[in-house]
Every structure is written in structure tokens, then in C-alpha cells.
Design a protein around this ligand. Sequence first.
Ligand code: SF4
Length: 158
Amino acid sequence: MKKLKVGWFSFSCCEDSTIIFTEILNDYYRIWKEKVEFVSVGVLQKRSKIKDLDVAFVEGAITSEKQEKQLLNIRAESKKLVAIGACACVGMPSTQRNLFDEATKKEIENILIRFKYAEKVKKLSEVVTVDDQVPGCPMDENAFLQIINKYLNEFNIS
Ligand code: SF4
């Protein structure tokens, strides 16, 4: 039986939308078992592959060159990419260090160097094309359910 192949990825953020996602699974896992294949969901699997996904759900903002490359790879392997939560959709609150004054930027300079962080934090759409967004901080549960149902329909999975 054909299933919707999904991935769930977290970049720089507090991962609260991941917690909401796992709570949603408490209610929906049995229903989705026949419809959804969790191909690459780090929170559920020890090892996962990023290949040939129908939908990638991506939480968090992009804070380094390494993360940019990882996101580009996810985009290349996914037919659809959905930004999850405010940090992924609009950048804030994860991008707040972009607005620091010069003195505060100087103060955090060594941290950026140590962890190879980029000078600027980016929302997902500054790096890749985003097909859909689930807003909220953390994500709006109902909006997420609407999006997953939309893609189940779009990929003809009943
Ligand atoms: S949008 Fe809110 S809940 Fe989601 S990662 Fe950012 S700060 Fe955390």
C-alpha cells in the first residue's frame, strides 16, 4: 500500500514543536500507521535516511553554513518542504541575535567562532523554497493536522 513518506527535522530551536508532534502521534499513530511512513524522524529512530521524501517538516532557524548545506540536501530529497513553527517560518524568536547592538554582538563573538555559527541567523525561506508553513510558537496543532491531511489528499493516499 502506498504511504506518504515523511521526514521531521529540527535545526536551531527549542524543539517544542517536536514535542507537540510526538503528542499528536499519541492520538494519530494508529490511524497514520497504514498511511504514513516515517522515513527520517530522528526523535523516533536511532538511524534514519534522508532520501526520496514526499514531505519534509522542518523546525527551527538556520544558524550555520553546515545547517544550510543540510537543509539544501533535505530540500533536494523532498517533493514538498513545510516550515514548522515561527522560528522556521519567520525567523523569530531564534533570529533575535541578528538585532543585537554592536556591544552585544562583540560579547557573543567568541561563541560564534567556537561553534562555527554564521554571522546571521536565517529563516528557512532565505535558504530554500518553502511550500507550506505551520505557524505558531510552538506550532499550531490544528494547522499541522490540516497540512498533513492536505498532503495525504495531494499524494492520493486514502
Ligand atoms: S517557534 Fe517557538 S517553540 Fe518553535 S522552536 Fe521557535 S521558539 Fe521554540
